[in-house]
Design a protein around this ligand. Sequence first.
Ligand code: MLT
Length: 257
Amino acid sequence: MTVELAWTETGSGDPLVLLHAFPLSQQVWAAQRTDLAAQARVLTPDLRGFGASPDPGDGPPTLDAMAEDVRDLLDRLALDRVVLGGLSMGGYVAMAFLRRYPERVRGLVLVDTKAAADGDAARANRLRVAEAVLEQGADAVRPMLDALLGPTTRDSRLHVVERVSGWLEAVRPAGVAWAQRAMAARPDSFDVLRTADVPALVVVGDEDELTPMAEARAMVEALPDARLMVVSGSGHLSSVERPDAVSEALRGWLDTV
Ligand code: MLT
């Protein structure tokens, strides 16, 4: 069963759909929605269980289910082909979508994400956090703040630290638990990238510790047609920590797609 996603859009022109990171919402793309509106129709959904979208429902937690929600949104808006992008978990969902519907993707944007599946320890940790969040609520995700943001942001962009802390306070436990279980079950996506017949932009913060540079380089090597953009002074949430740099990279790349 698909979930009817809430979304926001700005601009007009070729559609660009941007999927958000865990455990956040479409707010991570707020700057790009404004910055890119002159160049594209920018659509930012909330994935199931996050932001203004409904709870995840009872089906088995998988990224494929999240990808189906995105497909359903595109169908409702009569969008045949889009440039699809994702930040971290949003990137995992974008790769799951590309595996299922390659004909509907005309370009791929992968920001602070990775194609590798989890190892056993990471998977076990996700399942532990899924249990914990259902018992403790936001307490279980608050410690993520330091890993999400790079040292430059933690030291000198206090408004960003405050904003992301507020987002972590507002998580919905059912959505967080479901998404952790879905990410734990995700496959390796390098096979999807190797056969991706579309231009791609890979973006990574040079202080990203969760999905570091090596992961970005591995995706660029797997993709037949990819450009790498390194964002200086940014951790894992590049679109929020250095929105100017990410918008600039997208603007330049979109011109070529
Ligand atoms: C995210 O930012 O979406 C998460 O860090 C992804 C993950 O937990 O692998």
